[in-house]
Design a protein around this ligand. Sequence first.
Ligand code: AMP
Ligand code: MG
Length: 428
Amino acid sequence: MHEKTAKPSSASPSGGLSVREARACILGKTAPLGTEDIALERALGRVLAMDVRANRDLPPRDISAMDGYAVQAADIANAPTTLQIIDDIRAGDVPRVALRHGQCARIMTGAPVPDGADTVVRVEDTRPGPDGAVDILVPVQAAADIRRRAETLRQGDIVLRAGTGIAPGTVGVLATVKQATVTVYRQPRVAILSSGNELEALREPFDPARIPDTNTYALMAQVQAQGVEPEILGIARDDPAELSGFLERGLGYDLLLVSGGTSVGVHDHVRPTLAALGVTMHFWRVEMRPGHPVAFGTSGKTLVFCLPGNPVSSMVCFEQFVLPALRALSGQRHLFRRTLPARLSQAVKSRPGRIEFVRVTLAPGASGIHEARCAGSQSSADMPGMARADGLLIVPSASKGLAAGDIARVQLLETGAYQAEAEPGDDA
Ligand code: AMP
Ligand code: MG
């Protein structure tokens, strides 16, 4: 068999890599795909493949930050005082006259400051004066409430760099610099295949003797959560010829995800069949729980992940390995889930030798640090527990387990970014 296994740095009982070694192996073989030009309206979630410069100064000249009166600071130093109103300037107007001493102009937010004025007084600090005049009630600091020319953007400056993930704020900046079309990295084409004789497809009739195909859809959703629409290839029986047909199709994509049939059972044909199709297998087995029998290979530029059949294992392996690879292919520079420290509210057992990813829910804790509680049984088949989890708590491979009250790091999952109530005090 065609297996060029990456060497684990530390001797491990079953010869597997560490998670770090496995990621390094994968990312060493992963590069952003080509680029394409798309309309700004479709750019959310994509990754910029170009540096973007400001095409004008913004604001284009000094403008008012408030509704009020443009004045000369020297005139109001001894306020209260009364000034003659000589102009009324709205946003979009071009001021016609320059201010002289004793004069002011009514001015709206965003309107250009007239020549001769150096300060804006807010309406709240004034009251209507005698005919055609306004009473300025208090002195204000010179230059107050003026937004300077080019304060936000200076023409020619780089405002966004290649590699920036396009979030709603980024779309706002791109629109501001009139980038109606943007050059972004191409999105990976992803194929998903499940394997196993026992699997019952989602829309097949219910058969109590079979196992519903969970992985196709959980993996589909993990890919979709990255903004990519995968292709579902279906379910291959544990038969080398049938598998071969499916896998051959899958090798036409940038990334192929196969779940099941990657372990040591006599009917686990996925890895040998891939090898027979010319896929170079770079590793099999990672010292982690769940997810130990994961394997990775490449065929030309196609990345192939063989994920364990157990649904939780398959999702956890996606999080650790497929997600960074998918993001790297998409041109993202931030490849990994955000982690945060959390305090365990119960003990977790662990056998040393494998890093463990414990499915936890998070709740705001007393000292500002989150409280982590186990979600479900931690069996690698417990999908409801996985579905409830806000994150994966990391028990390092050397650890014999953690006690209640211990602090550990948690990788946030998609659901981990929200909470039920606003934090008391955050909205006071
Ligand atoms: P395997 O990796 O093929 O040995 O499968 C390990 C376990 O995961 C077995 O109990 C399988 O029935 C189960 N399994 C494999 N593929 C799927 C799938 N697509 N959906 C749900 N369970 C699966
Ligand atoms: Mg199987």
